[in-house]
Design a protein around this ligand. Sequence first.
Ligand SMILES: *[C@@H]1O[C@H](CO)[C@@H](O)[C@H](O)[C@H]1NC(C)=O
Ligand SMILES: *[C@@H]1O[C@H](CO)[C@@H](O)[C@H](O)[C@H]1NC(C)=O
Ligand SMILES: *[C@@H]1O[C@H](CO)[C@@H](O)[C@H](O)[C@H]1NC(C)=O
Ligand SMILES: *[C@@H]1O[C@H](CO)[C@@H](O)[C@H](O)[C@H]1NC(C)=O
Ligand SMILES: *[C@@H]1O[C@H](CO)[C@@H](O)[C@H](O)[C@H]1NC(C)=O
Ligand SMILES: *[C@@H]1O[C@H](CO)[C@@H](O)[C@H](O)[C@H]1NC(C)=O
Ligand SMILES: *[C@@H]1O[C@H](CO)[C@@H](O)[C@H](O)[C@H]1NC(C)=O
Ligand SMILES: *[C@@H]1O[C@H](CO)[C@@H](O)[C@H](O)[C@H]1NC(C)=O
Ligand SMILES: *[C@@H]1O[C@H](CO)[C@@H](O)[C@H](O)[C@H]1NC(C)=O
Ligand SMILES: *[C@@H]1O[C@H](CO)[C@@H](O)[C@H](O)[C@H]1NC(C)=O
Ligand SMILES: *[C@@H]1O[C@H](CO)[C@@H](O)[C@H](O)[C@H]1NC(C)=O
Ligand SMILES: CC(=O)N[C@H]1CO[C@H](CO)[C@@H](O)[C@@H]1O
Length: 768
Amino acid sequence: MRRGRGHGGGGVSASLAALLCCGCVMVLAGAAAAQGPRLPSAYKTLRGDAPRVVAKGGFSGVFPDSSSDAYSFALIASAPGTTLWCDVQLTKDGVGVCLRDINMNNCTNVAHTYQARKRTYVIDGVRKNGWFALDFTKDELQSVSLTQAIWSRTYRFDSVGYSILSVTDLLSIVKQPSVWLNVQHDTFYKEHGLNMRNYILSIQKRVSVDYISSPELGFLQNISGTVHRKTKLVFSFLDKSLLDHSINQTYGSLLSNLTLIKSIASGIMVPKTYIWPVTKDNYLQPSTSIVAEAHNAGLEIYASDFANDRIIPYNYSYDPLAEYLNFISDGGFSVDGVLSEHPITASEAIGCFANLNSSETGHGEPLVISHNGASGDYPDCTDLAYNSAINDGADVIDCPVQVTSDGVLMCMSSINLLDTTNVQGTTFSSLSSVVPEIQATAGIFTFNLTWDDINSSTLKPKISSPVSDYYLVRNPRYTNQGKFLNLSDFLAIGMDKDLSGVMIIIENAAFVAKSLGIDIVDSVNAALSAAGYDNQTTKQVLIQSKDSAVLVKLKQQKTKCKLVYTLPLGIGDASTSSLEAMKKFADAVVVDRKSVFTLSQDFAIRQNSLVKDLQSAGLAVYAQVFRNEFVSQPLDFFADETVEINYYVQSFNLSGIITDFPKTVRRYKKNTCTGLGNDMPNYMQRIDVGSLYQLLQPFKAQPPSVPPMPTLNASSVEEAPLPPVASRNGSGGSSSGAETPGAPPAAAHKATVSTGMLFVMVFTALLI
Ligand SMILES: *[C@@H]1O[C@H](CO)[C@@H](O)[C@H](O)[C@H]1NC(C)=O
Ligand SMILES: *[C@@H]1O[C@H](CO)[C@@H](O)[C@H](O)[C@H]1NC(C)=O
Ligand SMILES: *[C@@H]1O[C@H](CO)[C@@H](O)[C@H](O)[C@H]1NC(C)=O
Ligand SMILES: *[C@@H]1O[C@H](CO)[C@@H](O)[C@H](O)[C@H]1NC(C)=O
Ligand SMILES: *[C@@H]1O[C@H](CO)[C@@H](O)[C@H](O)[C@H]1NC(C)=O
Ligand SMILES: *[C@@H]1O[C@H](CO)[C@@H](O)[C@H](O)[C@H]1NC(C)=O
Ligand SMILES: *[C@@H]1O[C@H](CO)[C@@H](O)[C@H](O)[C@H]1NC(C)=O
Ligand SMILES: *[C@@H]1O[C@H](CO)[C@@H](O)[C@H](O)[C@H]1NC(C)=O
Ligand SMILES: *[C@@H]1O[C@H](CO)[C@@H](O)[C@H](O)[C@H]1NC(C)=O
Ligand SMILES: *[C@@H]1O[C@H](CO)[C@@H](O)[C@H](O)[C@H]1NC(C)=O
Ligand SMILES: *[C@@H]1O[C@H](CO)[C@@H](O)[C@H](O)[C@H]1NC(C)=O
Ligand SMILES: CC(=O)N[C@H]1CO[C@H](CO)[C@@H](O)[C@@H]1O
């Protein structure tokens, strides 16, 4: 069960080597660049250096906290000089081991191995039940392994059998790391006859410790004269109401005596909320002045509690990178370091995203295309969502067109008002009916209400919540805010703003023609013309549909719009015949984000050939729908939307990214690192999708393998032409199949170093 993990010998083996394609490249890049990324500008840290990344228990957002792979991977995937954090606990025989919690129940399988040795202790005045390191010798702990035990993270690494590491073990696994020891419970160990001070002094000769932190000022005071001069002491603040038992003062009262702390320590560590307080309903309040106060007192200040898979304040739109930026540049100050469970994200923020030029724009590819406006922050397709998308830097805003009973075209993400409004609780709820051509269940449809009904104060929009299964809601203060727009209002905004263009999405065209007597294609054309899009060349119009008949009709009309075909969900490849069929009517295709690789229980297990095939056929590719919420990405992307976007952009020549959160994609496009060529830092290298899954293979801990995803074939692309429009004399639309203009040459796929080579390089790197 237990994995032998001494020195970097054979044990490290293929499992770790397979970790990350980015790992290998990054080591390569690191070697070439020596310095890592160029810094955009000086930071407002105490000494003007870049803030330090401190990896809590290593890369504990993926691997069990304090495990060998967590530590090794933290160094592979983070900025040079990243510090490894170890929460030191003492064993019965006085050995310091790294364990996230003093209660091993929550971070190891000890309950399984030593069922009978459960104990109760009072720690800092709180009674705790469980298994504690001080009841076991270091030898006894050899049969216990580390586990994850956090719901948002995979439990599969628990069966790997990572052993508990002593502080000196840690030093033998990673070569010359910067080490931070956190001593949380000196008083408790002292009460039980164990001496933390002596342990620390005993290893000092063998191990170079850069930082020692503790929430017990008495402990820091006690060791301050005796530790190595180059070791920095950091006083760690806990909740303001709690008592530091070593000196009987609350953390709140100590906050007003930084001079006292400076006489003992060179820095402080504070929970994030000391710097950016948060309201009860999870919105940010203005920042406090503690960073400036600490710096004025000559103290460094570190912020703790960063992890990508927490519910961060809504102001950050579920984007963990945005949160770091608030602490290192965007707030007008900079902390001296961040304690993170996902050090790759902290590294990106510091190395590639701090102090970006906010006035820089430009509409190069990949285009940032909104999905129902900035629907991650405001209700779909409302004025708020569109204005936010524009302010956030979208290149293209989108309008999914629906029709009202009085024939007005409007933007709404669903034809069924139950999905997007509060209609159920209004007088319009009597308009419920089953319309089998649309859906089998009852709905209240846009075509059953007039535009005046929809634009009335009775009907309110409702914010989308695609991941509400996980209780992750969006911007609750704006749940029902905003106004809907009709198509002409939307087009006027599109024409008015600095955008590359607009995207209009047409669905249910056949139903609308047959049952409502409206030719939606012609109506869209008329609206575009009325809004002046015919008479200009600066704004591009994209028309997107999953009905090929709509695009065929536009093609026959020799439209100037770019025709974008939405591929069905769930396919992984496209047959040659389907590619030929699509090229007859489409300039570009929209691919579902999940068609790009095959997933098994949130692990990407292989990349599909779909995007390559499409691009070889000369079709431009847009991918949708990108979302920030950490549950919406495969585990391979470490709950960091920027890592995901970076994967798509570096793997494929995407023409556009369709997203609920345009701000995050726009910021990605401004990063200062991906343009650095060989100097691109490790943490901005592309992830090797599938290698996380392969890492589990030797331990038989993989999720089940799944069959290849189906191939799209021509028969599902080709459709009957649109039916005649019911009440008027429709044009019937006989198919003539106009030829496509010369498609752009293939060669869309960027060459990358072969996997085999990367493999070898990571392997080598880890042996260092
Ligand atoms: C285990 O620890 C994690 C992280 O500190 C915490 O979120 C979780 O609530 C803990 N679970 C138990 C049962 O204590
Ligand atoms: C530090 O603590 C030890 C006991 O752990 C004690 O013997 C020693 O006197 C203390 N030193 C200082 C400077 O407080
Ligand atoms: C803190 O208070 C407790 C109880 O009042 C007392 O036993 C202890 O000696 C005090 N410790 C210090 C460092 O003053
Ligand atoms: C700071 O703490 C020291 C030592 O406990 C004390 O002498 C001093 O009065 C305190 N200063 C303030 C402003 O509380
Ligand atoms: C956070 O968002 C709320 C609601 O939009 C806003 O009132 C508040 O000012 C924001 N906080 C900060 C620090 O910007
Ligand atoms: C920011 O970008 C704008 C537009 O590209 C440019 O004019 C300006 O000089 C840039 N500012 C800085 C500080 O680089
Ligand atoms: C909604 O409109 C459809 C199509 O015109 C019609 O069949 C259906 O009966 C209408 N439902 C209600 C409740 O009016
Ligand atoms: C769109 O809405 C605006 C404002 O409600 C209105 O003035 C305009 O006439 C509408 N356009 C159509 C085609 O109904
Ligand atoms: C577009 O241009 C034509 C001819 O130049 C003109 O007649 C028409 O009014 C223009 N339409 C709009 C909406 O500006
Ligand atoms: C196309 O795919 C469908 C569904 O997968 C299948 O039923 C059909 O036989 C396929 N047609 C061709 C020509 O392969
Ligand atoms: C990327 O795609 C665009 C549009 O599809 C094409 O014009 C361009 O040449 C492609 N670039 C590369 C490097 O393949
Ligand atoms: C209740 C409501 O949303 N009314 C809006 C109807 O549309 C006009 C024009 O956009 C708005 O000014 C009204 O506020």
